[in-house]
Design a protein around this ligand. Structure first.
Ligand code: NAG
Ligand code: NAG
Ligand code: NAG
Length: 443
C-alpha cells in the first residue's frame, strides 16, 4: 500500500505543471524629484540631487538589486543560473529614461550575480519616448485619450469631486507644513508629495516635517496619491474603466497576452526566451492594474521597484498552458491570478476572455487618429469641394464600419473594407496594436 501511494505521489509530482516563461514588468527604484520645488521649504537643489531631476539614486539602485535577488531566489529552479549568460534565455526592454535603464542594469546585475567589474553582459533595449506606445503611460499619443485628460472629464465626475473634498484639509495641512502657497488638489498634489517621498526614501528628510514622513496624515496623503494615479486611467465609479483602458493599459495587456501565447525569440534561436523584462514606471503598472481590474479597491500607487510577474506554466499531462499573476508592491507579495482571471488555475483562454473587453480592436481608430483635422478639411475644400465630399464620405464609411466591426469582429468582409479604405490591418483582434509591431528589435 505504502509503495502504491509512493508511486502515485511520485507520479503526481512528475505530472506537475512546470514554469516555462516569465514576463516581469517593474517600476524603477527611488529617484530624485521630477521637478525641484521652488514654492516650498523642502529645499531641492543640485547639491542634494547632483544628477538632476527624475534620476535613479543610490537607494534606488539598491532597491532594484534587492528585487533582483528576490527574483533570483524565486526562479532558482527555473532560470539557468548555473550556466553562463546566454542571450537566448533573456530579453530586456526599458523605457528611454535613465532611471528605468539603470534600474534594469542594477536588477539584472543582482539577478545574474554579476561579479566582474566592467563586464555587464546583458543588453537593455529601448525605444525613443515619443514612439514608445507600449510602456509609457498615460500615453498622450492617443489623441482621444489626451483630449479626455485635457478636458478634465474624470475630474468633473461626482466620485472624483467627493475625493477632492475628502482630502482637501490634508492638502491644505501639507502645504502649510511645507510653507507652500500653492493650492493643492487631488490633481496636482503629487507635484509636491512626490518630492516629500523622494526626500523620505533618499535620506534627505531633515527639511520635511515629521508629520509628512509617517503617521496618519502621511498615510492619508499616500492614499490620495494612489487615487490620483488610479483616476488617470478610470473614473472612481468605474463606468469608463473599459473605454479608457482600451486606449491605455489594454495595449500593454494585448502585448502580454501575445507574449504568453507565443513568447519572444531572440534572433537566431528557435526556442523562446525564458525571461522577458519590461523596465518602466508606476503609471505603467497602474495602467495595467486598472485594465486588469485588479487591486481597484483601496488602490495604491505602485511603490519603487514594484513588479508584476506573469508566469506561464506547462502541464505535460494535459499539454496545456496556465498562467499565474503575482504582484510585488513594497513588502506585499500578492497572488492576483484569481482576481484577474476569475479563477485559479487560469488557462490562457480564460485570461483572454477576461482581458478581451479592454484590448483594443484597433488602437488608432479608438484613439480617433483617423479623424480628418479641421485644417486639413479646409485646405482640401479650397482646392476642390469634390475632394472634401469624398474625404467626408470615406470618413463616414470608416466610422460605420468601425462601429459595425466592433459589434461583430467575426465578419472579415466588413473589416476588409476598412482595410481597403484606410490601409489598416484589422483582421486579427490585436494585430493593429502598435505594441505588437515590437517583434524583435535586436535584429
Ligand atoms: C515661509 O515663507 C515665508 C514667506 O514666503 C518666509 O518669509 C519664511 O522664511 C518661510 N519659512 C520657512 C521655514 O521656509
Ligand atoms: C554570487 O557569486 C559569488 C561569487 O562568485 C558567490 O560567492 C555567491 O554565493 C553568489 N551568490 C548567489 C546568490 O548565487
Ligand atoms: C536611508 O533610508 C532608508 C529607508 O528609507 C533606510 O533603510 C536606510 O537605512 C537609510 N540609510 C542611511 C545611510 O541612513
Amino acid at each position: 500500500m505504502r509503495f502504491i501511494i509512493g508511486i502515485v505521489l511520485c507520479f503526481s509530482v512528475l505530472a506537475e505543471k512546470k514554469l516555462d516563461f516569465v514576463l516581469a514588468v517593474w517600476r524603477h527604484g527611488a529617484r530624485s524629484p521630477m521637478t525641484f520645488s521652488k514654492t516650498s521649504s523642502i529645499g531641492d537643489s543640485f547639491e542634494i540631487w547632483p544628477d538632476g531631476t527624475g534620476q535613479l539614486t543610490e537607494n534606488g539602485k539598491e532597491m532594484h538589486r534587492e528585487l533582483g535577488r528576490f527574483l533570483r531566489n524565486r526562479y532558482k529552479d527555473f532560470y539557468p543560473f548555473d550556466k553562463e549568460y546566454r542571450r537566448k534565455d533573456i530579453y530586456v526592454r526599458s523605457t528611454d529614461r535613465d532611471r528605468t535603464l539603470l534600474s534594469a542594469v542594477s536588477n539584472l546585475g543582482a539577478f545574474l550575480n554579476v561579479s566582474t567589474p566592467g563586464n555587464v553582459p546583458f543588453p537593455v533595449h529601448t525605444l525613443p519616448t515619443e514612439t514608445d506606445n507600449l510602456l509609457r503611460y498615460p500615453n498622450m499619443n492617443c489623441k482621444r485619450f489626451s483630449e479626455i485628460l485635457k478636458n478634465k472629464e474624470i475630474q468633473q465626475t461626482a466620485g472624483y469631486k467627493d475625493l477632492d473634498e475628502k482630502y482637501a484639509d490634508d492638502f491644505r495641512k501639507m502645504a502649510e507644513l511645507l510653507n507652500d502657497t500653492t493650492e493643492y488638489t487631488l490633481d496636482n498634489m503629487w507635484t509636491i508629495f512626490d518630492n516629500v517621498d523622494c526626500h523620505k526614501y533618499n535620506n534627505f528628510s531633515e527639511t520635511v516635517p515629521a508629520e509628512l514622513l509617517s503617521g496618519p496624515l502621511y498615510e492619508r496623503l499616500t492614499k490620495a496619491a494612489g487615487l490620483a494615479m488610479q483616476t488617470l486611467f478610470t473614473d472612481v465609479e468605474g463606468n469608463r474603466r473599459i473605454e479608457l483602458s482600451r486606449m491605455q493599459g489594454g495595449v500593454l495587456l494585448g502585448d502580454i497576452l501575445e507574449q504568453l501565447r507565443s513568447p519572444l525569440k531572440q534572433y537566431d534561436f528557435d526556442e523562446h526566451v525564458k525571461y522577458l523584462v519590461y523596465s518602466a514606471h508606476d503609471t505603467t503598472l497602474a495602467a495595467a492594474l486598472v485594465a486588469m481590474n485588479a487591486q481597484q479597491q483601496n488602490f495604491k500607487q505602485p511603490f519603487y521597484a514594484s513588479a508584476l510577474l506573469f508566469e506561464r506554466y506547462y502541464d505535460d499531462s494535459t499539454k496545456t498552458h496556465s498562467v499565474e499573476i503575482w504582484y510585488k508592491n513594497n513588502n506585499e507579495f500578492t497572488d492576483l491570478t484569481a482576481e484577474t482571471c476569475g479563477e485559479k488555475p487560469c488557462s490562457l483562454e480564460q485570461l483572454e476572455q477576461a482581458w478581451l473587453p479592454v484590448i483594443p480592436l484597433n488602437w488608432d481608430a479608438e484613439c480617433h487618429h483617423m479623424d480628418p483635422s479641421p485644417e486639413h478639411l479646409q485646405a482640401v475644400q479650397t482646392k476642390s469641394n469634390i475632394l472634401a465630399v469624398v474625404l467626408a464620405l470615406s470618413w463616414a464609411i470608416f466610422i460605420s464600419y468601425f462601429i459595425l466591426s466592433k459589434r461583430s469582429s467575426k465578419h472579415p468582409e466588413r473589416l476588409a473594407l476598412v482595410e481597403q479604405e484606410f490601409s489598416m490591418g484589422v483582421d486579427d483582434k490585436w494585430s493593429n496594436v502598435p505594441a505588437s509591431n515590437f517583434v524583435n528589435p535586436s535584429i
